[in-house]
Design a protein around this ligand. Sequence first.
Ligand code: ADP
Ligand code: ASP
Ligand code: MG
Length: 430
Amino acid sequence: MTTIEFEAVPAVEARPRTPGLVVMKFGGTSVGDTEKLKRVAARLVAAHDDGAKVVAVLSAMGKTTDELIRLAHEVSSNPHPREYDMLVSTGERISNALCAMAIHDLGHEAVSFTGSQAGIVTDDSHTKAKIVEVRAQRIHGALDENRIVLVAGFQGVSTATQDVTTLGRGGSDTTAVALAAALGADACEIFTDVAGVFTADPRIVPGALKLNSVTYEEMLEMSASGAKVMALRSIEVARSYGVKLRVRSTFVDGEGTWIGEEDDVVLEKAIISGVTHDTSEAKVTIVGVPDRPGIAAKVFRELAGAAVNIDMIVQNVSQDGAATISFTLPKTDVPIAEPILDRLREELGANRVEHDPDVAKISLIGAGMKSHPGVAADMFDALAEAGINIEIISTSSIRVSCVIRASQVERAVEVVHARFQSFAEERVNG
Ligand code: ADP
Ligand code: ASP
Ligand code: MG
């Protein structure tokens, strides 16, 4: 009755609704120590006392996941993916179990589940698994017994291998949204350490403005280009299933930011929604590849075959008929790509392959770009005035991205945000 197939994407209307059910997700900083965990417990109890059926998704405490990943790399240069998932999924078990204990001490019934126990079924691609189904019977059973349910975020189980999988960094957001969709929740609230989604990372641009609302389309572009406040995959799931989200602070009361369809979120004048940055990618350049049909297809097919995510690509033809192909990829995929590229260099007779980890990407996002020519030129202008060189450019209909030197990224975000400050103010203040 409560099984939703995520690959099939059924009509949103067909989703079984559970009136009064809220999914509340708390990120790592929000559960950073036991005092904070107790505060989250009290908040869940208060929502339950108000009559809600409460499903909470907690991240691992503070920097636990970073620490576990560090340990993995201390014992292995290339940690075995299955064992990596066994290890890093434990952080969320700790925080959710502790919170359930704290709820018991407040005189309420609670139960914590691993992703597997909660029925989060994924494919078998370890370290970046996708949720394919939610088998929510056990959660419904616990809710029917009037318990507060806690689900360990960021993890699931592959039915093909019966092994624990993880969903990629920031994956607790995806757990929360998938549960909200599968359970037909009234609301999905993402509690974090900032007051909502801002026009730039507020840690880099203190004058960044909090957006009242943002469309799925804009948030997808913002997440894809580095705004880590919401994991990309969580927004894809939210859009597919029409899950309206609210991002808000754990520590300060406020409206937060609504994420939804354009019709649902009252859109302010939407030329610009934000400036994002990403330092998680590296640049690879293949120098001196023969300039003939089929070469790019071969390079990128082989990399795709190894599940390497390619982002921006640029190809230049030099005078002697040989081409240079540059592209960006996640730094974490470099160890997978390296041996493939070495082999391709020999097969294609290319001169050499260069790896450059010191790059960053800065992006400007806004639905209004479609109808406002000149936005890209203004962005390039702002970078040029600050003496920042652009190495690769890519665009979508609502985004312009530039690869620059990593050492210049904070300055780049500041100057581009400053250039568009008046648009941001117009959007937020009307
Ligand atoms: P959590 O642990 O709650 O999941 P994250 O660290 O994943 O929190 O995401 C919140 C952080 O995202 C903020 O502390 C902020 O520095 C960063 N961030 C980057 N870009 C943005 C943005 N445009 N709006 C808000 N926060 C942003
Ligand atoms: N703990 C995981 C991470 O740090 C998942 C999450 O917090 O969303 O990436
Ligand atoms: Mg996060």
